[in-house]
Write a protein that binds this ligand. Structure first.
Ligand SMILES: [Zn+2]
Length: 274
């Protein structure tokens, strides 16, 4: 599933091509992926509008249009947003097609059809279900060690689960939660409210560092993720723990352990992470 670095990479890879494009037609092939709008309403509100800018909140991509409409896309498991400057044929997995200034097109390609599309306005965006309860952006000024410590003190569950829930901090999924906890030297099983101030500070630094490095590498491509031009990321080569259960820790050589937490596979070093 694309996490913050992958969605940010998609945003950056699409923005130079999409800004200024006029939406000339919208075709919906899988209406149930539209969560709060009908295909007819989507057409009525989008066609004739120009794309003003691309934004991101947590794992949500925001297509801001002139006039205040905002198309919100969450790619979930296998969704891809792909820009075709010369257009492209529809495939069995094309779920949504936006015709832009001819002949350009933007396709939502999604094998498993779990991606979600919402239409809202810039004013109503903060109250959109899914966005309303999101914690601060980890790479923005609202995310601080003090705020992180206060938020974690309210949760008794394992720190890994709290990070995945998006309320304390937005944008982390299974890969970057495991990587940030490894960097911080904190076991994913630790109850969130038992972290010391020093551990919170290490976690804050670990979250920021791993996300910044992953954005710089264009994200992590393990199964489905590619950017808006169809190119994979490179951060999979730098992963310390994710996907490495049973392999030696890169820091101490101990074999990495696996656990299931919140239904997700979790990998950590039993010696480096306490
Ligand atoms: Zn280790």
């Amino acid at each position: 599933m694309p996490e913050l670095p992958e969605v940010e990479t998609i945003r950056r890879s699409l923005e130079p091509y999409l800004v200024g494009q006029e939406i000339t037609a919208v075709q919906v092939f899988r209406p149930r992926q539209l969560k709060n709008v009908t295909p007819a309403e989507l057409n009525r509100r989008l066609v004739g509008r120009r794309i003003a800018e691309l934004g991101r909140r947590g794992k949500y991509l925001l297509v801001n249009l002139e006039g205040g409409e905002v198309l919100v896309v969450h790619l979930r498991m296998t969704g891809r947003l792909l820009f075709y400057p010369q257009g492209a044929a529809v495939t069995p997995y094309t779920r949504l097609l936006m015709a832009l200034t001819p002949p350009a097109q933007l396709h939502l390609h999604d094998v498993r059809s779990f991606a979600m599309v919402f239409l809202t306005t810039s004013e109503a965006l903060p109250s959109l279900p899914g966005l309303v309860s999101l914690g601060p952006e980890p790479l923005g000024p609202a995310f601080t060690p003090q705020g992180l410590g206060k938020a974690l003190a309210k949760h008794r569950g394992p720190i890994k689960n709290v990070l995945l829930a998006q309320r304390v901090v937005a944008g982390l999924g299974n890969i970057y939660a495991d990587e940030a906890l490894f960097r911080a030297g904190i076991s994913p099983l630790r109850p969130a409210d038992t972290l010391t101030a020093e551990e919170v500070a290490r976690l804050f630094t670990g979250i920021r560092a791993v996300l910044q490095e992953a954005v710089a590498a264009g994200g992590t491509s393990i199964r489905d993720y590619v950017n808006g031009q169809g190119a994979p990321g490179a951060f999979q080569r730098q992963l310390a723990v994710y996907g490495r259960k049973g392999e030696p820790c890169r820091r101490c050589g101990t074999l990495l352990m696996g656990e299931r937490l919140a239904g997700r596979s979790t990998v950590f070093c039993p010696k480096c992470q306490l």
